[in-house]
Design a protein around this ligand. Structure first.
Ligand code: NCD
Length: 306
């Protein structure tokens, strides 16, 4: 059984193929409208979500399938003490494929142990978020026409931001990409990512706390929210939450063809005045999330059949 727990579960060839399928879906949606007739997707969300859950649900509907699930742990038997493994095994009796979000790092690995259907990690704690990365890759590919030779600035909470971790892993696999990691000292990327991914593969990167200094070099600026729910104390969150606020003034030295991305939700880190800048692509990124999830559902259901 094929699952998607980590972005590294997919080869570069598979990533490229899925991006092509998503582009084909965008161009010819009618050809995909009945691909999942009679199939069901379950969304098991133990943590809040707007985009990830609803884009999965919209994706399945647009493929002709149906959706069931829950959007908070309190409304499931987790509130009675059921384990993730039992919940996933149970839902496999009703659905053909599962998307699960959980606050605990590694929960999806426990989930797949007894799963009879493909399981997709829709975010596990501060660890990984592979389907946001698929969304980001499709967006970068559509915006830039390539996934290589880019200077990517990641800014904000690089420590707890799971989308950042998965994106660094994915973009490290395409040649010639360089990372500028912009964060306060306390919110730098985890050591494992620095040593296991960047250093080991000799990928060019710099760590800085200065967004404006980095700005002129960037092809992509990936802004992120400070992840309040992962902090151990509120004081630290309050101190760090407004470390970076992107405004039109700060974009004055940016490239004309910069793409500004953000996995959303945004809190304060991008001023709404930036939304009118043609380089602001985060709402287009939201749209891409549905198409790439359609491509993912198709792929995993196809492989489950084989
Ligand atoms: C992200 C997440 O859940 O990690 N949101 C999303 O899925 N688009 C980012 C965030 O919550 O800050």
């Amino acid at each position: 059984m094929r699952h998607l727990i980590d972005i590294m579960d997919l080869s570069v060839k598979e990533l490229d193929e899925m991006i092509e399928v998503a582009k084909d879906i965008i161009a010819h949606p009618d050809q995909y409208a009945h691909k999942c007739d009679g199939k069901k997707l379950a969304t098991l969300f133990f943590e809040p979500s707007t985009r990830t859950r609803l884009s999965f649900e919209a994706a399945m509907y647009e493929l002709g399938g149906n959706v069931l699930g829950f959007s908070e742990a309190q409304s499931s038997s987790a509130a009675k003490g059921e384990s993730v493994a039992d919940t996933v095994r149970t839902v496999g009796a009703y659905a053909d494929i599962i998307a699960m979000r959980h606050p605990k790092e590694g929960a999806p690995v426990v989930g797949i142990r007894r799963s009879t259907v493909p399981l997709i990690n829709a975010g596990d704690g501060g660890h990984n978020h592979p389907t946001q990365t698929l969304t980001d890759l499709l967006t970068i590919s559509r915006e830039k026409g390539k996934l290589e030779g880019l200077t990517i600035g990641l800014c904000g909470d690089l420590k707890f931001g799971r989308t950042v971790h998965s994106l660094i892993n994915a973009m490290s696999r395409y040649p010639g990409n360089k990372f500028i990691l912009i964060s306060p000292d306390e919110l730098r990327i985890p050591e494992y990512l620095k040593y296991e991914t960047l250093e080991k593969q000799h990928i060019e990167y710099v760590e800085t706390d200065d967004l404006e200094d980095a700005m002129p070099q960037l092809d992509i600026l990936y802004m992120t929210r400070v992840q309040r729910e992962r902090f151990f104390n509120e004081q630290d969150y309050l101190r760090l939450k407004d470390s970076y606020i992107l405004t039109p003034e700060k974009l004055e030295n940016a490239k004309e063809d910069l793409s500004i991305l953000h996995p959303l939700p945004r809190v304060n880190e991008i001023s709404v005045a930036v939304d009118d800048d043609p380089r602001a692509r985060y709402f287009e990124q939201v749209r891409n999330g549905k198409f790439i999830r359609m491509a993912l559902i198709l792929k995993l259901l196809e492989e489950a059949k084989a």
